[in-house]
Design a binder for this molecule. Structure first.
Ligand code: PRX
Length: 653
């Protein structure tokens, strides 16, 4: 988050009350309702969660709601048997409800598909039987690398249906990133496609997968889904014996596939995310608690009703898409809109055109997108009728008050509440958020904790303070169950503070006089670029793989649209301290190859040295201050203070 943004957030004092008309028909209508329910969720937590869980289908009821005996490995609804696909699909695929649209999909070129709940059950069942035909069984790991087509949602649900563990890899990741994830998760199958549209270009997914899985001994098959369900397949190379076209195998499957009865604590999925050190970590989520928590948060945070058309613009490749495109909204039986492509294709009004055309009522997007729309100009918004909207959401990074106000005025027409939702891959669902008919909002604040969430702002000793580290003091049902294959990393990352008593999310926050929480951003070396989490350590280790590079340091700096952008300081081997444009190109290509194009730095600065403490630690804060032109303060702890002058002149170049 930029320092300008932090300043404007600090000064923000506007307050917006839920519109009466909204509150009158909302699931929760008054702040008093929230307070009563919240108190109960904390004081009688097990009773509370037991009642909520009973709203879903269980093949067998749980024995205990929460088992904390092996903290930090919590068990929720232990002994219970359920299936999230049953709750998201089968439950709604009966009677007249079966004819309601579950997914309305629009492709970037303008093609459309609508799947009712009945269609979805049939498609998911055929997909699940296809997985079985490829030898996939309960507990097997399946990697998914697909564009935003309905088959992406269907693939997740099909895995869940048969108890396979999905590991979705965002389709912008490179071949090497695919390899790391397939190997770490020991995936037997990769599901990909022959293409997908993005900004008028066809993404070549299959060739990236081919390169990524070259040396993955665990891999048995690659399942290739045609982008055009009834049109011609796109050209791609198929490896005899390994690769299978989805339409070929699906044609032979029955549309009857009963849901596997899953133990509540069986793994549902792995999702890789970046941390401050090392390679991305596989965040583990299990079936029961994740089902209950995504169901409840979707219901109250988005106030979902059957007749809503709900649109979350995230990609299913990230946690937001898992929880709030697929599992949460579908468990609530709502209609979900999915869009394949870019927000400004063919013109910067694509989102508003879609809202108008499909009468979207609930819209959930990211601050980086809002800032881009602001820049593109109000005229693109004004061309469209957005009166179908009743609720707006924001996620991914702190929203600066200017963007919040624009969103409120231009998209919400000053009548839609805005829910600024704070959460993470690890939390599985939204933890801090306003409730739309209930909570007065303040631009830039995620406001108050959701039911069952005991959030606090603490100092290092665990005292409550006005500004410090965000902490969650009680487990909630969708808390991560660990880092796959790395228990130590799980303990070191999330349970390193406060004697391991509370969950540490890695964010800083402050609390105001109303108890509202203002998340100020990461306190570790994780940078939030356009809402994507990128570990600077991943870039640094990619840079040093180039033979010309001796060392590097990567930092996040304020960026008008992206929130944060990456700046890389690179030290070359030998005597060259100036580098060249050619080398810059090579280094950018290296990042695209090792991580993905979206991780490309804004700027690469070749420097003769880096500011280090006497013990050899790079002073990243100082690098940030140099790049942003801030007052540098005391630099006497530096091993060699002359480095600073040199860097300043390099930055000015
Ligand atoms: O720093 C916080 C920021 O995004 C991080 C989580 O990133 P990820 O696991 O990729 O999940 C993103 C989508 C849930 C958090 O540690 N973050 C997310 N939402 C907000 C936010 N920061 C402030 N306000 C938010 N609403």
């Amino acid at each position: 988050m930029s320092s300008d943004t932090i300043e404007s957030v600090m000064e923000e004092s506007r307050k917006f009350f839920p519109p009466e008309a909204f509150a009158a028909s909302a699931h929760l209508k008054s702040f008093a309702d929230y307070e009563t329910m919240y108190r109960r969720s904390i004081d009688s937590s097990e009773e509370f969660w037991g009642e909520i869980a009973s709203e879903l289908h269980w093949f067998k009821k749980w024995d205990t709601v929460l088992d904390e005996s092996e903290k930090p490995f919590f068990k929720w609804f232990d002994g219970g048997k359920t299936n999230i696909c049953y709750n998201a699909v089968d439950r709604h695929a009966t009677g007249v409800k079966a004819n309601q649209a579950a997914i309305i999909w629009e492709g970037e070129p303008g093609d459309q598909r609508v799947l009712t709940y009945r269609d979805l059950k049939r498609e998911v069942s055929i997909f699940a039987n296809s997985l079985k035909a490829l030898g996939i069984k309960k507990g097997d790991s399946v990697a998914i690398y697909l564009p935003m087509t309905p088959e992406l949602a269907i693939a997740l649900l099909a895995c869940a249906r048969i108890g396979a563990v999905h590991s979705v890899i965002f389709a912008g990741f490179s071949a090497e990133s695919i390899r790391d994830r397939v190997l770490d998760a020991q995936s037997k199958l990769v599901i990909t496609g022959d293409g997908g549209w993005r900004r008028g270009k066809m993404l070549e997914l299959k060739s990236v997968v081919d390169k990524g899985v070259e040396h993955c001994a665990c891999l048995e098959h690659v399942l290739v889904i045609p982008r055009n369900v009834s049109g011609p397949r796109l050209e791609c190379q198929m490896h005899e014996g390994r690769d299978v076209w989805y339409d070929d195998i699906a044609a032979k499957q029955s549309s009857d596939c009963p849901c596997e009865e899953m133990d509540s604590e069986d793994m549902l999925f792995l999702l890789y995310t970046s941390g401050s050190t090392g390679k991305p970590k596989g965040i583990m989520h299990t079936v029961g608690g994740y089902s209950v928590y995504t169901y409840l948060t979707s219901k109250y945070v988005f106030d979902l009703k059957e007749d809503d058309v709900y649109w979350c613009t995230a990609d299913v490749g990230w946690i937001t898409g898992h929880s709030y495109i697929v599992y949460g909204p579908l468990q609530n039986g709502t209609t979900v809109l999915m869009y394949e492509g870019a927000p400004n294709w063919p013109e910067p009004d694509r989102f508003w055109e879609i809202i108008d055309k499909h009468q979207v009522s609930v819209f959930y997007t990211a601050p980086t997108a809002i800032r881009a729309f602001m820049k593109w100009g109000d005229e693109w918004v004004d061309k469209h009728d957005l009166s179908s909207l009743r609720l707006l959401g924001s996620v991914g990074e702190p929203i600066n008050p200017e963007a919040w106000m624009w969103y409120h005025k231009h998209i919400g027409q000053e009548k839609c509440p805005i829910v600024d939702t704070w959460w993470q891959t690890e939390t599985g669902g939204i933890l801090i958020t306003p409730l739309p008919g209930v909570t007065p909002t303040k631009p830039g604040s995620a406001t108050l904790p959701f039911f069952g969430v005991d959030a606090a702002v603490l100092d290092a000793e665990g005292n409550e303070v006005d500004a410090g580290l965000l902490a969650i003091r009680k487990p909630w049902p969708s808390i991560l169950r660990g880092v796959f294959g790395d228990e130590q990393r799980f303990r070191d990352t999330y349970w390193c503070n406060w004697d391991g008593k509370y969950y540490f999310p890695g964010d800083g926050a402050r609390r105001d006089e109303d108890g509202y929480i203002w998340v100020t951003g990461r306190v570790d070396d994780v940078v939030n670029v356009s809402g994507h989490r990128i570990g600077t350590a991943e870039l640094e280790s990619a840079f040093v793989e180039h033979p010309a590079v001796a060392e590097s340091a990567v930092i996040g700096v304020p960026h008008d649209i992206k929130g944060e952008g990456l700046v890389a300081f690179v030290l070359l081997r030998g005597t060259d301290t100036n580098g060249s444009d050619q080398l810059r190109k090579e280094l950018n290509a290296l990042i695209a190859e090792k991580i993905g194009k979206f991780a490309k730095p804004e700027k690469i600065i070749f420097s003769a040295d880096l500011p280090k403490t006497r013990s050899g630690k790079i002073m990243r804060r100082l690098l940030r201050d140099i790049v942003t032109g801030k007052e540098l303060g005391n630099i006497t702890t530096l091993a060699d203070p002359s480095v600073v002058e040199n860097l300043k002149s390099k930055c000015a170049e």
